[in-house]
Design a protein around this ligand. Sequence first.
Ligand code: FES
Length: 179
Amino acid sequence: MEQTKASKPQRRRIVLAAGACAVGGATAFLSQQHSATKSWPHGSPLSVDIGSTALPVGKLKTVEWQGKPVWILHRSPEALAALAGKEDQLADSASTESLQPPGCRNRHRSLRPELFVAIGLCTHQGCAPALNGDHFLCPCHTSKYDLAGRVFKVGPALANLVIPSYRFEGERLVLGEDA
Ligand code: FES
């Protein structure tokens, strides 16, 4: 039987439908992530220490917020520089199909270039990717994200990692509230 190639929006709906078959928190996460309002996650504020002792350069800190893992990564200048020049390998390089606060819709996908904040769940079916050198790799179906959470075309995920609302308060980061 002949198969027709689905358009990008169709593919996205198909993937989301597949995601809806998952169970537990992943399902809730995906349905929230791609709700009709397409709003990035807000919620009960959580204050996290991001001082130089708590979050030195290169460290990835994971906190739980609203039942989900949230990553806070302190990127080095080299890691930031490596984000440039790979747009043709990315599924949504300008983050137009992904969820993030407006201030994070840039190449580094963050309010401050060096600090990357994202929900640490794959946008395919909600598995937990792991930091793997200069990228995050999802163990379930090998979707790959760069250190700005931008997804590579090589895997089944089509959207970049979701970025929740956050703001800074001195040496602390407050999750759940817009800047
Ligand atoms: S859940 Fe399928 S690639 Fe991550």
